[in-house]
Design a protein around this ligand. Structure first.
Ligand code: FES
Length: 192
């Protein structure tokens, strides 16, 4: 008897949207002061290139990041948001980075329910010595968001960075003076 024909499994991959070369995503990074923020400094001193699309908000630990802060950044129009915390087992507050990962995963589920791509939110771990990893993550995540396209709830005239900072209140650490003046220049430029 003839063998039944093999069933060819259909690959149900959605066709990729064409990337708009003019789209420059706004990405908010919630960075732990002990690791990712220091890794960004290291990347700078190593003169590693990474996209200027990311705007960082320094936290004493990613464990301070709540679901509402991530959602506020997305609601204010951030095209992508990620938390960058210490390596697992190396959080200065023991489990802050584990809580952050849980909250990020919860936000992914909420976004999926709302019909927004969950890939717009992510959690990464790194040490302060990982300048190259910081640059690599910033580059890969920016490319991911470019491929996804703009946040569908983007609104004109709203700064996701300012909205996320405001939602964090006193939890966000002050920006370094140099960074603060650069950010002010960008915000003023956008306001014109
Ligand atoms: Fe860095 Fe907790 S101290 S993630």
């Amino acid at each position: 008897m003839a063998e039944p024909a093999a069933v060819v499994e259909e690959t149900a991959e959605a066709p990729k949207k064409p990337v708009d070369p003019t789209f420059e995503p706004e990405i908010i990074v919630f960075a732990c002061h002990y690791c990712a923020y220091a890794a960004a400094d290291l990347a700078g001193s190593m003169r590693l290139q990474y996209p200027s699309n990311i705007r960082m908000i320094k936290l004493p630990c990613t464990g301070k990041l709540e679901v509402i802060h991530l959602l506020r950044a997305i609601e204010a129009g951030a095209d992508g948001v990620y938390a960058a915390g210490c390596l697992e087992g190396e959080c200065h507050y023991l489990k802050g980075n584990l809580w952050a990962r849980k909250r990020v995963n919860h936000v992914k589920d909420l976004l999926a329910e709302l019909g927004i791509e969950p890939e717009r939110v992510e959690m990464y771990n790194m040490s302060s010595a990982m300048g190259a990893k910081f640059a690599e993550v910033a580059t890969e995540f920016t490319q991911r968001i470019k491929e996804l396209g703009p946040n569908p709830v983007k609104r004109e005239g709203v700064s996701p960075h300012a909205a996320a900072r405001e939602a964090l209140g006193g939890v966000a650490m002050p920006e370094d003076p140099q960074e603060a003046s650069a950010a002010a220049t960008v915000e003023e430029g956008l306001a014109e």
